[in-house]
Design a protein around this ligand. Structure first.
Ligand SMILES: [Fe+2]
Length: 379
């Protein structure tokens, strides 16, 4: 096989350098891009970019260049600067190749059939904290499926901080960290009752909704109180494939989420679509919470159609096809992507035994950046 990291020929064009590789691929590297990415553009200790693009003009060009088996060398027309580029780095960052690749989602969508047993997504606490390979496997699963259970964790209050600290920073909210999921008199949230909770994502009235949620089960001896979970991305994808017009109603229109519970001197209001997509039209967020829904104020011409789309979507989010149900055990930590996975619980009988969970939030950024670090991602 011809070496993709070996150069056959270089040709100087008006605005870029054309590089012919031995595997017959041809790259184009624009002068400004090359100068901007000279290895000296980055501080050796901070690893931050220190080169300022304003220190050169748009007329900058190579006045001398050559290549070897390992590098391309350039003498620039400005500031008497010389650059040496590693061939492997150049080829790996060829933006013709990068842009020719089609988008592939990092997520594995699931329904009840796919996760027939939650044990397939369950990881042992001690193994996670003592074995980096298991830690990586757990984080990968959490990122891909959006849901895992960590079992056999300690059951002391606040002890789940340890596993969050392994990943990164936790996200603080007005519920404080950890927040207590226990039935209390005069509750300020439905979670603090013994009532059933329909499937929802938390805190939809924040502009930036917390990424992952970790629910640490300290005790669960009450009758009832099973947990439910649904992959909101899988349901949204099903909706996109089968009810495209309704899907677009949910991506193109804002609903109102609000919180004005009696304990706060804040009134939180946020308008957002229920489903958000990225530039590749892939689903990147599902935000839905019955208790936090404000009053719809969308265009009257589409109000009825919107309600039809919203109710059908909401129905699917509770369907037997998509929803899984399981009972958390003492020492379980139920971890899920709060901007993707809806969670809920069945009602429980507070007179039959104690039920106490402690909750934490941690951003997607923390999970992704730890994964990048562990797999030594190239960038
Ligand atoms: Fe919740």
């Amino acid at each position: 096989m011809q070496n993709k990291y070996k150069v056959k020929k270089i040709s100087l064009k008006t605005k870029y350098l054309e590089v012919y590789w031995q595997d017959k691929h041809v790259s184009k590297y624009h002068f400004l891009w090359l100068r901007d990415n000279c290895p000296t553009a980055f501080h050796k200790d901070t690893r931050m970019r220190s080169f300022n693009i304003l220190s050169v003009t748009k007329k900058i060009r190579p006045i001398k260049y050559n290549f070897s088996s390992k590098n391309i060398n350039i003498n620039w027309s400005e500031n008497n600067h010389h650059s040496t580029y590693d061939l492997k780095w150049l080829r790996d960052n060829c933006y013709i190749e990068i842009n020719s690749k089609s988008y592939s989602s990092p997520y594995t969508l699931w329904n009840k059939k796919k996760i027939s047993n939650i044990k397939t997504l369950t990881f042992d606490y001690k193994k996670i904290i003592s074995d980096e390979k298991i830690f990586l496997k757990w984080l990968n699963t959490l990122y891909s499926f959006g849901i895992t259970i960590v079992s056999n964790a300690p059951t002391e209050k606040k002890s789940a901080f340890k596993i969050l600290d392994l990943i990164g920073q936790y996200r603080e909210t007005f519920f404080k960290t950890p927040f207590e999921v226990i039935n209390i008199p005069k509750p300020n949230n439905q979670a603090y009752t013994a009532d059933a909770l329909v499937n929802h994502t938390d805190l939809p009235y924040y502009e930036y909704v917390p990424g992952y949620q970790f629910l640490h089960c300290l005790i669960n001896e009450a009758e009832g109180g099973s947990s439910t979970a649904v992959d909101g991305f899988a349901v949204a994808d099903f909706f996109k494939k089968n009810y495209l017009k309704k899907f677009k109603l949910l991506t193109n229109n804002d609903v109102v989420f609000k919180d004005n519970d009696y304990t706060q001197k804040n009134i939180r209001i946020q308008k957002s679509p229920i489903i958000k997509t990225n530039k590749n039209n892939d689903i990147e967020e599902v935000r839905i919470n019955l208790g936090a829904m404000g009053t719809l104020d969308i265009n009257p011409k589409i109000m009825n159609n919107f309600y039809e789309a919203y109710t059908l979507f909401y129905k699917q989010l509770h369907s037997k096809k998509f929803q899984i149900e399981f009972k958390l055990k003492t020492g379980d930590i139920f971890c899920f992507d709060n901007r993707r996975i809806l969670h809920g619980r069945k009602k429980f009988d507070p007179n039959s035994g104690n039920r106490h969970l402690q909750g934490y939030y941690i951003e997607r950024d923390e999970i992704k950046s730890k994964l990048n670090y562990l797999i030594k991602v190239k960038f």
